[in-house]
Design a protein around this ligand. Structure first.
Ligand SMILES: [Cu+2]
Length: 573
């Protein structure tokens, strides 16, 4: 294991030119010619004033919580920004979008009354509401569930003598409805036999009563725990809670030329119902705006024959990976060598959670590792010096019984392009052959909001163009990105009008197949998208066959997906 800090960078806030081209894990810095690329990371002005610490109004929400809960047993689980919606938001359709989200939500659990409590603070004041929706647990609550198991007559001794090792399973929480519509706070805990002799099972803990529930099948519905284990060994390390601050201004230069400027938000502070993985704002290439916002608000997985799941995932729970370098700010590390996530190294252990930045010969790369139960997801953005942006997602898992079954991950990027300006953009589609059967193929404008499939030639692509300057970014599907299926992986590409608040479909974690499915179609309202403010969504579909890969015969499978975003007609300045 590499030791932390062994690759000191050239100086605080500057990344020395020690990148390497290959994916080899031995640092071979000498062979790389100096590309003259420098990366400067600073904290935005607002962060210093506490704007990133759970957002403005954090004190108001805490005060509202003290008043609301009184002496009742409760716990703060998460904090995240919420998008403005409602009549004001609808009026802003297609108009220039402004600034950051102005409201923040804190989610608490009230164990006395067995309900979740959401406290929102924003321009309209502070609002408190109760819900039977079961929020995702944080680190402290999961630890409390494991502690409750320590007191169980049978499981407690097995945990203490380490016959059983606890792990975070899927689903993380059960939300079975009661006759009055309420739900009880029931967390799941996986118990893996440490040396293979004890019984593997997933149990549930009632967090109000500490009662332990075991299942005849060894696991609750939608999950499984048997003797078969697939995935790499689980390091079981601590993860980062939602609402942990971390946003950064990044400037990339080549020589004296400013090539890239953007604002990066760590997954734990990202927006949306379920987080957005590594989120970007105000991305500029050579001084001109490309993307207002770019993120992954929707991620889900379905198993063949519903062997487990389906699961609507979440994209905020940062896990640890190996990143050698120095920290510019909490949660942001500059690395002289390429970080090693679990997908590349097969090693789940790490020394860093958050966003790592490193360079190759011609790219600057931001990477973060995420956990959702036993899943491991890698969120990456690669910035080429030629203007190409490569959003990437990678898929892995630690030991569990579900992923031995073939399953399909679906990742949905929301790309709020503002080429040059927010307005005056158009979306166009390229086809190698004419769609009408007459004439040649080529580019045509998508006039109204629409969902479009990838084609079987793999040559169909899209672009967002500024109608005035004709500068554009192409969205070219990646070779591994798969195609949509009607049953669950519902689409490949959506072209939409920008409407405030429409950053995801509003669905939180669920195992209900109808709800776990991405519902981006609800935004297709057949409005004109010509010469206005547009948003596109792009989906990649990855089939994960762990057993097949491990069993051999399947050959090498790349666990990485993502399109290339390529500038055209972009006059150099
Ligand atoms: Cu998988």
């Amino acid at each position: 294991m590499a030791k932390r800090g062994s690759g000191k960078s050239g100086g605080r806030g500057k990344l020395a030119d020690r990148s390497k081209e290959s994916k080899s894990t031995s640092p071979s810095r000498a062979s790389t010619p100096d590309s003259g690329i420098t990366v400067k990371v600073t904290l935005p002005a607002g962060a210093a004033r506490g704007a990133a610490m759970g957002g403005p109004g954090v004190a108001a929400r805490a005060a509202a919580a003290r008043k609301h809960f009184g002496k009742r047993r409760h716990r703060l689980l998460s904090m995240h920004p919420v998008e403005p919606t409602g009549p004001a938001a609808a009026a802003a359709s297609g108009k220039e979008q402004k600034g950051e989200p102005v409201a923040y939500k804190s989610i608490y659990y009230d164990y006395t009354n067995n309900q979740a409590v959401e406290i929102i603070s924003g321009p309209g004041g502070t609002r408190v509401s109760a819900t039977a929706r079961q929020p995702l647990p944080n680190r402290e609550e999961f630890d409390a569930a494991v502690n409750a198991l320590q007191k169980d007559a049978e499981i407690g001794p097995a945990l203490r003598d380490r016959t059983l090792t606890p792990y975070r399973p899927m689903p993380p929480v059960l939300g079975e409805p009661q006759p009055d519509g309420s739900t009880q706070r029931t967390l799941t805990v996986g118990l893996r036999p440490t040396d293979g002799t004890a019984r593997h099972e997933i149990v549930a803990v009632d967090m109000a009563t500490s009662a332990v529930r075991r299942f005849e099948a060894g696991a609750p519905g939608r999950s499984r725990a048997d003797t078969g284990l697939c995935g790499v060994p689980d390091a079981g390390q601590a993860t980062v809670d939602r609402g942990t601050p971390g946003q950064y201004d990044v400037v990339v230069k080549q020589g004296t030329t400013t090539v890239w400027q953007f604002h990066a938000i760590r997954p734990a502070a990202s927006s949306g119902t379920n987080g957005s993985a590594l989120e970007l704002r105000d991305v500029k290439y050579r001084g001109k705006l490309v993307l207002k916002r770019a993120h992954v608000p929707i991620l889900n997985v379905r198993y063949d024959n519903d062997a487990c799941g389906p699961f609507r995932d979440w994209q905020w729970q940062e896990g640890q990976f190996q990143a050698d370098g120095s920290d510019v700010a909490p949660g942001f590390r500059e690395c002289a060598t390429e970080p090693r996530t679990v997908v590349e190294s097969g090693n789940d252990a790490g020394d860093f959670a958050g966003v790592a930045v490193f360079r190759t010969a011609d790219e600057v790369v931001l990477v973060s590792e995420l956990e959702a139960g036993w899943y491991r997801y890698i969120s990456q953005w690669r910035f080429g010096m030629d203007g190409t942006i490569r959003p990437r997602f990678e898929f892995g898992a630690v030991q569990n019984s579900c992923v031995c079954n073939r399953h399909h991950h679906h990742v949905y990027w929301r790309l709020d392009f503002d080429i040059g300006t927010a307005g005056h953009n158009v979306v166009q589609e390229f086809n190698p052959r004419s769609l009408t059967g007459r004439g040649a193929g080529g580019w045509h404008t998508l006039r109204f909001e629409v969902r479009r499939p990838k084609d079987d030639t793999g040559q169909r692509k899209w672009r967002v163009q500024n109608a005035t300057t004709h500068a554009a970014y192409e969205i070219r599907p990646g070779a591994n990105d798969g195609v949509a299926d009607e049953a669950f992986g519902v689409g490949d590409f959506w072209a939409l009008r920008y409407r405030r608040g429409e950053i995801d479909d509003g669905q939180d974690f669920t195992t209900d197949v109808a709800l776990a499915r991405a519902n981006i179609d609800k935004f297709v309202q057949h409005e004109s998208i010509v010469d206005t403010d547009v948003v596109v969504w792009y989906a990649a579909h990855f089939t994960h066959d762990v057993a097949g890969e491990e069993g051999g015969g399947g050959g090498h499978v790349d666990h990485i997906v993502g399109p290339d975003l390529v500038p055209t007609g972009w006059r150099r300045v």
